[in-house]
Write a protein that binds this ligand. Structure first.
Ligand code: ADP
Length: 432
């Protein structure tokens, strides 16, 4: 009997020892001190590795390319991963146990203290601060989380922003250069506009004088000028009239930039009718047929659009074909932005395409860019009167309305002038 008791006592002792061993193992696993352990099962040792739980997280924190630091409530560093030590370029012993405040640039300390206090209140906080190690400033993004109540520390992830800041600085520099260039451009543009305004304004004065005195000489009844003199004078009058027209057109061109003009919801059919009224004499004289299949009402500066239609319809009549009755077809349809030539940078997705088509003499398509340039003309002055400014004005007006003006043409067949204007929600209706 006593032998049996002794056996039981030994068995219990052995079990107690194994239990203590297991408890130690569990504690060690919990503390992250064990990565693998062996179990002897029926004389067959088996190895269990701990690839889950703490181990994975410890590896992750240690290896990932952000700084990870644990701070006590007094901001003492009780844990740091390798990344942070390398970021500070200091030996591990200089970092661990130091106050984190020592690594913060004085200018960022207040900001960091606020973030830290927030984190201590169990509210995660994030922000940008500058770290400083001797003269080297490192901009970083910190994200703080309280690890209480399990651990009396605040965990912090630190992202190095040096590269990002460098890129931002480069972008900022480009932006500054661009802004400067933009300002220069608007200044030059403004100067140009005021130059053309002043130049044309001032040019009018001597011109008027020339015209007045020529008139007086020709009217002087006492002196009958010779035929040659009369011819010369008539040529001078013609030249000065042309100069007058050029100056007026230039003045009109400089006025298209006036930013104070009021946009109104305008029925473009009315504008076409008005243009027809303006050109009535020549329309009747040349038996021009104008067919309008219906235009929308759009937000435009009415006076400017009158000018656009008068210029384009006027050209359609001026550059008519000698062998046929001039017919002008006007109409509009909605198109998507991708159908607008060079429309990438334009606002909105839907556009009105307003076509003014003539059956006139046309021109070669390759010359299209030329017709919008100031003083550029494709047809001779002896055959067709003109200043070469009309389409430059039209283009500027259309572009000031965030639109595009284009022309397609074929010599001997005719031209289509297309005005693309953005559809503004609630601001366009179709009508006639
Ligand atoms: P202009 O005063 O010479 O008419 P514009 O600027 O209105 O000036 O037009 C520039 C040039 O474009 C004209 O000189 C002409 O050669 C050409 N052009 C304009 N409209 C037409 C058209 N409907 N048909 C043929 N050519 C045209």
């Amino acid at each position: 009997m006593s032998q049996q008791v002794e056996e039981y006592r030994l068995k219990i002792k052995e079990l107690e020892a194994r239990l203590a061993e297991s408890e130690q193992l569990i504690e060690a696993i919990k503390a992250g001190e064990v990565d693998a352990f062996a179990v002897n099962d029926g004389n067959q040792p088996e190895v269990y590795t701990l690839q889950s739980g703490d181990y994975t997280y410890r590896m992750l924190i240690e290896k990932f390319s952000e700084g990870a630091v644990n701070l006590t409530e007094d901001k003492l560093i009780v844990y740091t991963n390798t990344y942070f030590v390398q970021l500070m370029n200091l030996p591990y012993e200089r970092v661990i146990g130091s106050s984190f405040t020592d690594f913060i640039d004085p200018g960022s300390r207040e900001n960091f203290n606020a973030l830290f206090t927030t984190a201590l209140r169990d509210v995660a906080s994030k922000g940008e601060i500058n770290l400083r190690i001797s003269d080297n400033i490192i901009p970083v993004y910190v994200s703080l989380t309280s690890l209480q109540p399990k651990l009396a520390t605040v965990g912090m992830i630190i992202t190095d922003l040096t590269e990002k800041k460098k890129n931002e600085e480069v972008i900022l520099q480009y932006q500054r250069v661009l802004e400067k260039k933009n300002n220069e451009l608007s200044r030059t543009n403004a100067e140009l506009v005021s130059f053309s305004y002043i130049a044309s304004h001032d040019l009018q004065e001597p011109l008027r004088k020339i015209q007045t005195f020529i008139g007086r000489i020709l009217e002087d009844e006492n002196k009958e000028p010779s035929a040659t003199i009369t011819d010369y004078f008539q040529r001078i009058v013609a030249a000065t009239t042309r100069m007058q027209n050029l100056i007026n057109a230039l003045l009109e061109y400089s006025r298209t930039n006036n930013p104070n003009l009021a946009y109104e919801l305008t029925d473009l059919n009315k504008i076409v009718e008005e243009a027809g009224g303006n050109l009535r004499e020549i329309i009747e004289d040349k038996k021009v047929i104008i067919k309008n299949s219906g235009l929308p009402a759009l937000m435009v500066v009415p006076l400017q659009f009158s000018q656009v239609f008068v210029n384009i319809i006027g050209n359609a009549i001026k550059y008519r074909h000698a062998d046929r009755q001039p017919v002008i077809n006007i109409g509009a349809r909605l198109v998507n932005k991708n159908e607008v030539p060079d429309g990438e940078g334009l606002p909105g997705n839907k556009y009105w395409k307003i076509d003014i088509q003539d059956n006139g003499i046309g021109f070669e398509q390759k010359y299209e860019p030329k017709i919008y340039q100031l003083f550029q003309r494709l047809h001779g002055r002896s055959e067709y009167e003109g200043t070469g400014i009309g389409l430059a004005i039209c283009k500027k007006i259309v572009e000031n309305h965030a639109g595009v003006l284009r022309a397609t043409s074929e010599p001997g067949v005719g031209s289509i002038f297309s005005i693309y204007l953005p559809v503004r929600e609630g601001y366009s209706t179709v009508g006639k």
